[in-house]
Design a protein around this ligand. Structure first.
Ligand code: PLP
Length: 402
């Protein structure tokens, strides 16, 4: 059993006097932050607000050591072979763009994405293919929105890259990532995994999965906004062209030429969000101490309850497979003929329940399915059964109004 009441003590928002009206079900958009993350950021600004990797005075050295320690923590957390495989970015979006812009894609290349990608794992590839003449192919999901591995096995031959979301923010469905990577590698293709929605719910082991690239954001895994990571196998990162260049990426420069630093620094242009990175390190400390199998079961219990109760409501339509075990902590739905934003506003006004509504940056899927949007509940380990019950009570009232 996961001890929710204990972890809730760690989150300032959940211990406020009005916490009963802070029912936060928007974790796929942004997770809450535990105190130790906020404290780590404050500590940087208070105790060693200096440049990293530039200044040799004692504050500069301390800040550099602290940031380097975060790189080591990230590497350990995802089981990378070395710290050099961890590039700090601002978010998942930037990590994906970095790969897209640095791979040296040619007109003859084929890139595969699923039909449920977040705009951040679709638009960079669309633009790149428009500019280079490469081909972008969209893999259709099965009727229940799960990944079609048989189709994938038929089309993977000859592809240069598969760029795939590990867990969809649309409906919480996780793709069979090990099989995808195995099939892709045996066909000679590389795999970039958009791990934005995975990191709060499970541990990813990049070596066990034999991942080529993994992109994720700090803010969806208890960390600060503006922090992200790109993991890449050292051999692959060494073959990429730098994407953003300038200060901190070069070893030496003349008026006519420059020599880049080795990876990862050559990809980290300009002064970084050091306070944010220290917060990310604290988030990883926090996540590292959690029991993810207990979390999975806890989120399943909540989603199972929500799913079985909402299906009693006449207008309810679910996005994704019926089985909540296949939808991580996500319940994405709409009411026939009702604006999803209206549902979200009413939940908030009536009970302080915060969900996301709209197309969740997966516009392509909604356009293809001729839907205007959905209301999306996305859970985290600190959510409780009492909150789920309050949601059902409130949604039942809303259903009666329409
Ligand atoms: C699956 C997925 N990929 C990418 C992103 C983009 O993340 P960011 O805005 O942090 O770059 C998100 C954000 O919602 C997401 O859910």
């Amino acid at each position: 059993m996961f001890n929710t009441s204990q972890v809730r003590q760690d989150f300032p928002l959940l211990t406020r006097p009005d916490s009963a009206r802070q029912i936060y079900f928007d974790n796929a958009c942004m997770s809450l932050k535990p105190s130790l993350v906020i404290d780590a950021m404050t500590e940087y600004y208070r105790d060693y607000p200096a440049c990293v990797g530039r200044s040799s005075h004692h504050l500069g050295q301390l800040a550099s050591q602290k940031v380097q320690a975060v790189r080591a923590k990230v590497a350990k957390f995802i089981n990378a072979s070395s710290e050099e495989e961890i590039i700090f970015t601002r978010n998942t979006t930037e990590s994906i763009n970095l790969v897209a812009r640095s791979l040296g894609i040619k007109a003859t290349d084929r890139i595969l994405v699923s039909d449920k990608e977040h705009n951040s794992n679709l638009v960079p590839w669309q633009l790149l293919c428009q500019q280079t003449g490469a081909t972008l192919e969209v893999l259709p999901s099965r009727a229940d929105n799960t990944f079609d591995l048989d189709h994938f096995a038929q089309v993977i031959t000859g592809a240069r890259l598969v760029a795939i979301g590990h867990t969809a923010n649309l409906d919480g469905v996780t793709v069979p990532i090990s099989e995808i990577i195995r099939l892709a590698h045996s066909a000679g293709a590389q795999v970039l995994v958009d791990g934005a929605q995975a990191m709060l719910h499970q541990r990813l082991d990049v070596r066990a999965l034999d991942l080529d690239y993994l992109a994720f954001s700090g803010h969806k895994m208890l960390g600060p906004t503006g922090t992200g990571v790109l993991y890449g196998k050292a051999s692959l990162l060494n073959s990429l062209e730098p994407f953003l260049v300038g200060g901190d990426t070069v070893e030496s420069v003349t008026y006519t030429d420059h020599k880049f630093l080795p990876v990862p620094e050559r990809f980290e242009a300009g002064l970084q969000d050091y306070a944010g990175l220290l917060g990310l390190g604290a988030a990883i400390d926090y996540l590292s101490a959690l029991d993810f199998s207990a979390i999975r079961e806890h989120e399943y219990q909540l989603n199972h309850y929500l799913t079985s109760e909402v299906q009693k409501l006449a207008k309810f339509r679910l996005i994704g497979p019926e089985d909540p075990r296949q939808r991580s902590g996500v319940l994405s739905f709409y009411f026939d003929g009702v604006d999803a934003h209206q549902i979200a506003l009413m939940l908030d006004n009536m009970s302080g329940i915060m969900i996301r509504s709209g197309q969740h940056c997966v516009h392509s899927w909604f356009h293809a399915h001729k839907l205007t949007g959905s209301a999306r509940v996305s859970l985290a380990f600190y959510n409780t059964m009492e909150e789920a019950e309050q949601f059902i009570k409130t949604l039942t009232k809303i259903n009666q109004i329409f």
